[in-house]
Design a protein around this ligand. Structure first.
Ligand code: ZN
Length: 213
């Protein structure tokens, strides 16, 4: 069975390209783009068009061959990005995540560990790495805000979808799910998480104080 790739919404990619996405979400989208070259090319093209228009046109000048000039600039622009020095100890991470310092691994439950990524925060929204062993599942939960997850290795499934390497899941306070690792290896994800997850059911409410992501 072929499973469709799970991509960010167009709105989120546009916000990323425009530089208006919140910094923690932008870190997760950057990791996704490093793993999905086709989406990365789309975003770079969008950024080139936007940048070229800003540099070459005035508001009243758009009909005067501006598009052709902008596109010509894109063709001649090599677009090569400078690779920053690697800082952290996880060589398996995609390049955009290598530049951030990492906190220690913390145990949050059987077969589940979490590690802070010291990337820019946005209020209570921050970036974490989550590593869950094969066959494990998280408690069923909803969210205090956005939860943006990109799979870096392994795979997981929710009740309705499956997420492989490079896939991105967009969840929020309206989503109730129970991700379960379905790969033979542990599943490593990078997550932008706003606030804490909110566990479902009586057992969830009992153990909620112990689950601090
Ligand atoms: Zn969740």
């Amino acid at each position: 069975m072929t499973v469709a790739a799970r991509n960010p919404s167009e709105e989120r990619l546009l916000a990323y390209a425009a530089g208006t996405l919140s910094p923690p979400e932008a870190v997760v989208v950057a990791a996704h783009l490093a793993l999905r070259p086709a989406n990365d090319a789309w975003v770079r093209r969008l950024q080139s068009v936007g940048g070229a228009f800003l540099e070459t046109t005035r508001p009243a000048d758009l009909s005067d061959g501006a598009l052709a000039r902008a596109m010509a600039r894109i063709e001649t622009d090599s677009g090569e990005a400078r690779v920053p020095p690697s800082l952290n100890d996880m060589t398996e991470l995609p390049e955009p995540l290598r530049r951030y310092a990492l906190g220690p691994w913390r145990w949050i439950g059987p077969g589940m560990r979490v590690r802070d990524v010291h990337a820019p925060r946005d209020g209570d929204c921050r970036v974490i790495l989550l590593k869950i062993d094969a066959g494990r599942e998280t408690p069923r939960h909803t969210h205090g805000g956005v939860e943006l997850t990109c799979v870096l290795s392994g795979a997981y499934a929710t009740e309705t979808e499956r997420f492989e390497v490079g896939d991105l899941e967009e969840a929020d306070e309206d989503v109730l799910h129970r991700p379960r690792v379905v790969s033979d290896e542990p599943c490593l994800c990078v997550v932008a998480l706003d606030g804490q997850i909110q566990l479902d059911g009586w057992l969830g409410r009992l153990i909620q104080p112990f689950v601090r992501l």
